[in-house]
Design a protein around this ligand. Structure first.
Ligand code: COA
Length: 287
């Protein structure tokens, strides 16, 4: 979507960049000229991903082990990224944890685990890098947060994730205003169903994948393609979106609105029935 060198000169940190959507976005950033540091807990997986993406794109990808829940590890990760690249321009808070469960079955620690990865992890990376940018008076920076459409609707059975993502969305909008004066933009993407192995095995384990075909819930009747998300992320971290600040962009084929509109279920009415319904409604007017 973007020009070949659209992200040339930009150095980007992608948390959770070793697999899934984080890897797809990293690949696109490298393709359009950025250098990327990817982080996660599993260094071996990260190194394999970095090597694979460097070979595929010819770009520079650097693996840094970091559990985003731990502030000291995050500070160290930022130091290593600066040592490697000299400066960092973009933070993509993508690392997440989630699984389905009735909330009353969750231990306190299970609830904390998701909040810690999603909300605290985003806070840790944002604070560590933000303090650095502000202290060093570096400008033209941006933070992109991956949320979800249920950050504003809420969702049953993923309550820790919904609570944490709502917090991340609030942080996005709050800091978009507060830190604009330091030259730091904040935006978010709310993806709908984009299947990845890591998320799908936890969110739709076993034969749930077949029982609940998520593409049927989407007006466009399909799930998202990873490159569609990557293109949007590339645009939002590029200078082409320099005036977009505090925005959350939904990319879900219309999924959440389909569930929200009161009469959207009328989609199930067959075409031939509409003549009869129209006649019944008009008759009412005349009676
Ligand atoms: N149902 C209920 N409780 C669960 C659970 C499930 N499916 N999976 C984990 N837990 C509980 C554990 O029992 C533990 O609580 P306890 O100490 O009271 O027993 C707590 O959650 C932490 O689990 P643990 O496995 O120690 O945490 P972890 O840090 O190793 O793993 C997860 C974090 C659970 C989020 C794991 O799924 C993960 O690593 N996910 C990362 C990738 C991911 O989720 N991607 C999808 C993003 S949408």
């Amino acid at each position: 979507m973007l020009k070949q060198d659209a992200l040339k000169g930009k150095n980007i940190i992608v948390t959770g960049g070793g697999s899934g959507l984080g890897k797809a976005m990293t690949k696109y950033f490298l393709t359009v000229g950025a250098q990327v540091a990817i982080t996660s807990r599993n260094l071996e997986k990260l190194k394999n991903t970095a090597k694979e993406l460097e070979e595929e794109t010819g770009g520079k990808c650097f693996a840094i082990q970091c559990d985003v829940r731990n502030y000291e590890e995050v500070e160290n990760m930022c130091k290593l990224a600066h040592k490697e690249f000299g400066k960092i321009d973009v933070l993509l808070n993508n690392a997440a944890g989630n699984f389905i469960s009735p909330t009353e079955r969750l231990s306190s620690n299970a609830f904390d685990t998701i909040i810690d990865i999603v909300l605290k992890g985003t806070k840790n990376c944002t604070l560590a890098l933000g303090k650095h940018w502000i202290n060093e008076k570096e400008k033209n920076k941006s933070v992109l947060n991956i949320v979800t459409t249920y950050a504003w609707t809420g969702s049953a059975y993923v309550v820790p994730s919904a609570s944490a993502k709502a917090g991340v969305l609030a942080m996005t909008r709050s800091l978009a205003v507060e830190w604009a004066k330091y030259g730091i933009r904040f935006n978010a993407i709310a993806p709908g169903p984009f299947p990845t192995k890591g998320a799908w095995d936890r969110l739709l384990p076993g034969d749930l994948k077949d029982k609940f075909d998520l593409s049927k819930k989407v007006p466009l009747k399909r799930v998202g393609k990873h490159e569609e998300l990557a293109h949007l992320a590339g645009y939002l971290v590029s200078d082409y979106s320099g005036y977009i600040n505090g925005e959350v962009i939904t990319i879900d084929g219309g999924e959440w609105l389909q569930g929200a509109g009161q009469f959207n279920l009328l989609e199930q009415i067959p075409e031939e029935m509409w003549d009869m319904l129209e006649a019944m409604i008009k008759q009412k007017k005349n009676s």
